[in-house]
Design a binder for this molecule. Sequence first.
Ligand code: URA
Length: 215
Amino acid sequence: MKYPKILIDKVNQRSKGFNLEGINEGAGPNEPALMIVGEAPGREEIESHIPFHGASGKELMKSLASIGLKREEVYITSAVRSRPFGVKKVFSKRENKEVTKYPNRKPTQKEVLAHAPFLDYEIKNVKPKVIVAVGTTALRRLLGKDYSISEYHGKAIKNTPILQLNEKENGFVWSKQKYTVIAMYHPAAVFYNRKLSKIIENDWLNVKAYIKKPK
Ligand code: URA
């Protein structure tokens, strides 16, 4: 989705001073079968401009395929739409000197708040009925800090309001509109714990009952 310039300017203003690179717009149809909300893009996504295009994306596409969905049928976005990066000085043996690296990292709560206008705008315009929150950052952005993936993974929270920016745009309030939110491990979780693979596979099968195929 093309974000309006006024929205980009607002988020850039709110993000001043944070180590965030580029903007990777969310993508997919309006009134999709599902909306997927992730954490934040990484280097691959910033370069390709395609959400979930890297290694996590491959895992996510496998999960979608397991319930008969293609990328084009879902709307994919995340809590933060720029790449959060760290700044690390490391010794490069190859160059025989200290070099600075800028690795991907998790977004902070302040960055999630700074980028909230993007996700609010997308939800308002895309009008999903069912939202799959992949990972803790996404789940808490939508439902608050009482929710954890370890407790809710694979579960649907039905007919629930979600968090959106308040009028002053400095915190969150509950939406009037209600949604079905399904909590899911982030697809990258399997890279750190292979045992999650089977659990994630089963959790995705639960999503099938909630799929709304586009009209
Ligand atoms: N992780 C996310 O949450 N989103 C992406 O686009 C890529 C990795």
